[in-house]
Design a protein around this ligand. Structure first.
Ligand code: UT7
Length: 317
């Protein structure tokens, strides 16, 4: 059986980090650091200063290619998961394809908001499994600061800019859970909740935070059960949880479900805030490069976002 294995990963954070206090002062927000940290776990975020989503994506992609010791010419497809494309058309992936010097293959964007990376990973896995592509670059990249209303104290502190990328490659496996690579994925959406988290007429983020929170906890718990059950795996077999970084309290819900102690959960929300489609590849890249995640270990990835969309993947690094 052909498996999609992780050959490399990389990330990029733009500009300067902006602490909660600096953000509050800059936009004269009626808020305080203590409230933001206690409710979300966020202490700071990065905000791009003129760099576009494709610039962030390109830097993360080049880092991932170098890590995989591959050249852009080896890549068959580029998928950019993003909510904040440079332009409405064409796809940001087309810009990234050109930037990295890839003259063949194909490139497209994946738009599933905070679940974008899990969706893109699943599409890449499917393309590899059917033999359509051998090497796929999967990128999550966002400049969410461009669609935030910095006068809205209920949303603007939550999000940040950044990018992460992985290179997937085809490798023959035995078809068992001992194989390296993506072992199982599960995706869902429920468009009845479209209005819970969306952009308004001015193109700025509006969210019913309480409702999103409530659905996130339930949906993430269910999809973790589903993806593990699909390959007859137990929560106790998971070495690492690398979740979408939306809120520390949502992350705690999943880690409790998996009975994983905090030292087995990769948390970057304190430093990066919620970078939407970029948060999982960013967190993965951080934990792989600081030596926490090691070859052969089992990772649970999960995400939930606007749409609603949600999903999970079990992967052996
Ligand atoms: O990636 C997926 C998308 N997003 C998410 O998953 C986010 C999900 N939602 C959340 O993380 C949480 O709902 C928030 C962090 C956004 C908000 O936390 P909450 O515990 O749901 O707070 P709340 O909206 O119920 O607000 C509680 C109080 C309110 O005051 P009153 O009505 O109790 O007097 C708010 O007005 O906190 C007030 N408040 C603030 N206070 C200080 C709201 N924003 C702020 C603020 N600073 N920035």
């Amino acid at each position: 059986m052909i498996r999609s294995v992780f050959l490399g990963c990389g990330s990029y954070l733009p500009g300067q980090y902006v602490s909660n206090d600096a953000l509050i002062a800059r936009y004269n927000l009626d808020s305080n650091n203590e409230w933001i940290e206690r409710r979300t776990g966020i202490s700071q975020r990065y905000i791009a200063d003129g760099e576009k989503t494709s610039d962030l994506a390109t830097k993360a992609a080049l880092a991932a290619l170098a890590d995989a010791k591959l050249d852009a010419r080896d890549i068959d497809a580029v998928i950019v998961a993003t909510t904040t494309s440079d332009d409405i058309l064409p796809a940001t992936a087309a810009r990234v394809q050109a930037n990295i010097g890839m003259e063949r293959g194909f490139a497209f964007d994946m738009r599933a908001v905070c679940s974008g990376f899990v969706y893109a990973l699943t599409m890449a896995n499917n393309m590899i499994r059917v033999g359509q592509a051998k090497h796929v670059l999967v990128i999550g990249a966002e400049t969410l600061s461009t669609i935030l209303d910095f006068k809205d104290r209920s949303t603007c502190f939550l999000f940040g800019d950044g990018a992460g990328a992985v290179v997937l490659g085809a490798k023959e496996g035995k078809g068992t859970n001992e194989d390296q690579g993506i072992l199982a994925t599960a995706l869902h959406s429920d468009g009845r909740h479209y209005d819970m988290l969306k952009t308004d007429e001015a193109g700025l983020v509006r969210m019913d935070g309480k409702e999103v929170f409530r659905h996130a906890v339930t949906n993430l718990s269910d999809v973790v059960d589903e993806v593990l059950g699909s390959i007859d795996m137990k929560p106790s077999e998971i070495d690492w949880l690398v979740p979408h970084q939306a809120n520390q309290r949502i992350i705690d819900g999943t880690s409790k479900k998996l009975a994983l102690p905090p030292e087995r959960v990769v948390v970057t929300i304190n430093k990066h805030a919620n970078t939407s489609a970029a948060s999982i590849p960013l967190a993965l890249s951080v934990a792989v490069h600081d030596g926490r995640i090691k070859r052969g270990q089992l990772i649970m990835i999960n995400a939930m976002g606007a749409g609603f969309t949600w999903g999970a993947a079990v992967v052996r690094w």
